[in-house]
Design a protein around this ligand. Structure first.
Ligand SMILES: Cc1ncc(C[n+]2csc(CCOP(=O)(O)OP(=O)(O)O)c2C)c(N)n1
Ligand SMILES: [Mg+2]
Length: 791
């Protein structure tokens, strides 16, 4: 009896000690984080870093939230979350400063290798070979982006992936990627950013889909200087969202209000709430109110300009650190002395971390400067060079660009002097090293590069069937979903009816509603759903119903997908395939071909423009073997054209960046792609009859473009070239022109001036006549080429 009592007392003491220690650890992290903000701002104001944005004021809310972030979970957040990162052991203060200094060494700034502004975090998802790590056992941070609310669509997708893993039985074996879909996506957003459409689209989709999404709104009452009365209906996001509240017999979201300074209150609400999200996949929003921002928005301005003295006073009083400190004392968890020790230790720790980060950042640059000065000293006899070396040596905080500028200037002075040969070589070598540091990883460069997929020709049986274009796709997707469990496809009208052109007809019935499904009309979050699935190791094919509506989904692609690999220095990959259909059909919004816009906005994705469905399938196969994201634009008017059905549907590949000569000729090279190719071929029949022999090149992919420079080879033969597409003047035709003339040196082989033939600047008029007079037509092409031949 006695022993039992002792045990119970001991247990109680232990659990009290554990509790006390955990609280004090949280207070310590909060203090370190605050100190990081204060010191970080100073580093910017004294010129050691360019810009700084910090998480001061959110410390207490974030140590509370971090308690419930488990291995396997994901975060999709924004730049205020340093405390959450520190509390989870996913960032150190030293790493935080390394990023502030833009240290390009990925071991120092493991979030972005100096490529991102500070407080833009990430963890590693893929290894150097492009294989996914064991994400189910890691705490995962999808790489932050600066566009406000840009994290929302991705958050939906990361949460949605848990649902996919839980529902799709074929995914059961991917235990490295998910533990039965138990992973919650923690999403953070500022109060003002909830004004963005992205926020509303995401919340609505989450309420419909029922996914494990926990949205934290850090509400400090301002978006930079604009108060929430100008941002949000009723100046309260939780009040405005009330109609979304889930009830017993409805879908929807749970809504909680928290106070950002109330450590105990937040922990109490969050523990069961996060567990409910994990268990039931009911999304929730945590409106964290009464948050402060002691240093104002960022280093770019001061908040005294827009906050009243009363507000500033209130912020001091309700500072989370102060409140937590009082709570700790009031509950006798620590005494004044203990807390002062935590606070002074924090100050010291942050100072030392900062110093370590600075020396790690500056030492390699100083070494480079010393090496450069030594190289320059070989030419010391030249007074100009000597001055350059002296100036470089005098810089207290030199940068790599100072070295490059000094070297370029020195080489300019000494010109062809052979004594400068070594210097010239050194300069060239540094250019290459710097390019590797600053310009790499836009696409996968390792074994998972789409450009490394081996080409494999389609094979045709002797009695190969001739079928409609859509049937080629339909049979392909049928085989693909049978052989590749990681593929899911979704979009508007894609599930039940099998897409508006029947590519997926009958396949939902066969493969289930969780692998092939309909979505709401919400292109931004369809892209987000794809992003999240792709980041978590699946192979989503996300559909945009018509190319014209890609514009709605373009922001997540351009800002998020295209930069993922680059901004994480290759540590995250987003192998999303966006499928759409476009080019000419009818009317202003069903016939667009805004390829110039697309290829400019989507560097970082590949852009495939197959001329028919057999080519499209080969491109899908190529992409599915690699980790690069891509857009595939099928020809809207090609679904009912007849094509021969290959026998090796899921095996053959179309290599990216390799044009195909679809008709050989000697007088003129015509470069084109997509639907226009058929118009061009029609024109060449007329030209043939006139005795003009034309060579027609299908570029097949615009990104990448003709990587082996095969088009200039054709031009060498014909000495005449014309680029044809149905984009606006100066769009993708001008891009192809530039590639061949400048990059491939095509200008050297011209007998007559090169031409572009494009659509008109306006959107196409309706009907077949509208099409004829708006887009390039056969007669226009014939006329231009006749003119070229007579020059
Ligand atoms: C799409 C977009 N518009 C504008 C900006 C510039 N900007 C950066 S932060 C910010 C205010 C965000 O306020 P809030 O969401 O409340 O977050 P807080 O900084 O207050 O935590 C603005 C307007 C941006 N980054 N992205
Ligand atoms: Mg705000």
């Amino acid at each position: 009896m006695d022993t039992n009592n002792n045990d119970a007392a001991l247990q109680e003491k232990l659990s009290f000690d554990n509790f006390r220690n955990a609280v004090l650890k949280d207070y310590q992290v909060a203090c370190e984080s605050r100190e990081t903000s204060l010191l970080g701002r100073r580093e910017v104001l004294t010129g050691k870093a360019k810009f700084g944005i910090f998480g001061d004021g959110k410390e207490i809310a974030q140590v509370a939230a971090a308690k419930f972030f488990k291995p396997g979970d994901f975060r999709s957040g924004y730049y205020r979350d340093q405390t959450f990162m520190f509390a989870n052991g996913l960032a150190t203060v030293e790493q935080f400063f390394s990023q502030l200094y833009a240290d390009p060494n990925v071991e120092h700034d493991p979030f972005s290798a100096g490529r991102q502004m500070n407080a833009h975090f990430a963890t590693k998802f893929v290894n150097e070979d492009g294989d996914w790590l064991n994400l189910a056992q890691l705490k995962n941070i999808s790489s932050d982006i600066a566009p406000t609310a840009g994290q929302m669509p991705r958050a939906l997708g990361l949460a949605y992936a848990s649902k996919a893993f839980r529902k799709i039985k074929e995914l059961g074996s991917f235990t490295n990627l998910s533990n039965n879909g138990n992973e919650v996506c923690f999403c953070t957003i500022g109060d003002a950013s909830t004004s963005e459409g992205h926020f509303w689209e995401t919340i609505n989709a989450a309420g419909v889909l029922q996914v494990p999404l926990a949205v934290f709104v850090w509400d400090d009452g301002y978006g930079i200087s604009v108060p929430k009365k100008y941002q949000t209906t009723k100046a309260s996001i939780s009040d405005a969202l009330k109609g979304f509240q889930k009830k017993e017999d409805t879908n929807g979201i749970d809504i909680y209000k928290l106070k950002g300074w109330d450590y105990a209150g937040m922990c109490e609400i969050l523990e069961p709430a996060i567990q409910k999200i994990r268990d039931t996949h009911t999304p929730a929003i945590f409106h964290v109110e009464e948050i402060t921002q002691p240093q104002g928005h960022s280093t770019s301005g001061s908040h005294e300009r827009y906050k009243t003295p009363e507000r500033l006073e209130w912020e001091k009083e309700w500072d989370g650190l102060k409140q937590m400190r009082e709570w700790v004392i009031a509950n006798a968890l620590a005494d004044e002395e203990e807390l002062i020790k935590i606070e002074t230790d924090a100050t010291q720790f942050v100072k030392e971390s900062k110093q370590r980060a600075w020396s790690k950042y500056i030492e390699p640059v100083k070494t480079l400067v010393a090496e450069t000065i030594e190289k320059l000293s070989a030419l010391q006899s030249n007074a100009g060079v000597k001055k350059l070396a002296d100036d470089l040596a005098a810089l207290r905080e030199p940068m790599r660009r100072d070295v490059m500028k000094a070297l370029a200037a020195a080489l300019d002075i000494v010109r062809n002097d052979i004594a400068a040969n070594e210097l010239r070589e050194y300069y060239s070598k540094l250019k290459i090293t710097n390019a590797a540091v600053y310009n790499s990883y836009l696409y996968n460069e390792g074994p998972k590069s789409a450009l490394k997929v081996a080409p494999n020709m389609p094979v045709y049986a002797d009695d190969a069937a001739t079928v409609n274009g859509y049937e080629v796709l339909n049979k392909y997707f049928d085989e693909l979903f049978t052989t590749n469990n990681r593929v899911v496809a979704f979009g508007e009208d894609l599930g039940h009816i099998g897409d508006v052109n029947q590519g997926f007809s009958g396949l939902q019935e066969k493969f289930g509603i969780d692998r092939i499904f309909d979505t709401g009309i919400r292109e931004i979050t369809i892209m987000g759903q794809g992003i999240g699935l792709a980041l978590r190791g699946l192979r989503p094919i996300a559909e945009i119903q018509y190319l014209d509506y890609l514009l709605y989904g373009l922001q997540p692609l351009s800002d998020d997908v295209c930069t993922t690999h680059f901004r994480t220095a290759g540590q995250q990959s987003c192998p999303l395939i966006v499928r759409t259909r476009g080019h000419r059909l009818e009317g202003i919004w069903h016939s667009g071909s805004p390829m110039g816009m697309i290829i400019n906005a989507l560097r970082g994705m590949y852009v495939c423009v197959p001329r028919n469905m057999v080519q499209a399938v080969g491109m899908y196969n190529t992409l599915l073997q690699a980790n690069d994201p891509a857009l595939v634009i099928e020809c809207l008017n090609g679904y009912r054209l007849k094509e021969k059905l290959p026998a090796n549907l899921t095996d053959y590949t179309v290599p990216l960046g390799i044009p195909e000569i679809v008709k050989e000729g000697t007088d003129v090279t015509i470069v084109t792609y997509g639907s226009t190719l058929r118009i061009v071929l029609e024109a060449t029949e007329t030209l043939d009859k006139m005795g003009i022999s034309s060579e027609v090149v299908d570029v097949q992919t615009l990104l990448p473009f003709d990587i082996n420079h095969s088009i200039v080879a054709s031009l060498k033969k014909t000495n005449r070239i014309v680029f044809v597409d149905e984009d606006v003047p100066g769009g993708a035709a001008a891009y192809m022109f530039n590639k061949v003339m400048e990059e491939q040196g095509g200008y050297k082989y011209l007998d007559v001036s090169p031409r572009t033939i494009t659509g008109k600047a306006h959107r196409p008029s309706y009907g077949s006549d509208g099409d004829y007079f708006s887009k390039p037509n056969t007669e226009d092409i014939v006329a231009v080429i006749k003119e070229m031949l007579s020059e």
